[in-house]
Ligand binder design. Sequence first.
Ligand SMILES: [Zn+2]
Length: 155
Amino acid sequence: MANYNPNLAKINRNYTFEELAEVFGVHKNTVSAWVKNGLPCLKEKRPFLILGIEARLFLQNQRLDKKQKCKPSELFCMRCKAPTKPAENYVEYLPLSATKGRLTGFCSSCECVVNKFISNADLERYSALFDLTKPKELEHINDSDNPLLNSDFKK
Ligand SMILES: [Zn+2]
């Protein structure tokens, strides 16, 4: 998806699909696709209207989504500039603080080191995805009261 400037949508305006398409220089079908993907629109009467503020928020979120390209089972490789699976699906957990830590493995494509920052609260779920080793002293720690850091699992 192209990178649209969310600020082109005026927050105090309503747009029909055609008008919004014109604002962003896209086809009307693209706007329909946005609506299908979660852009709210007013369907009480025709033509359907989209609030400028909603369009702006929607496109801002899409931008954010684009930045977080890694799936939970992937780590980002700086060398390949792409999300990658760790070699042998093996990662090691290195605690950085009481609540956060780093998964480290090797890129399955180029074998350089890949990292992913996670919260302790997510550790159990990552153990299900990866062949994960962690320091012995962490085995019994339960940090499930830290839901704010579960970024990869929120969706
Ligand atoms: Zn790589």
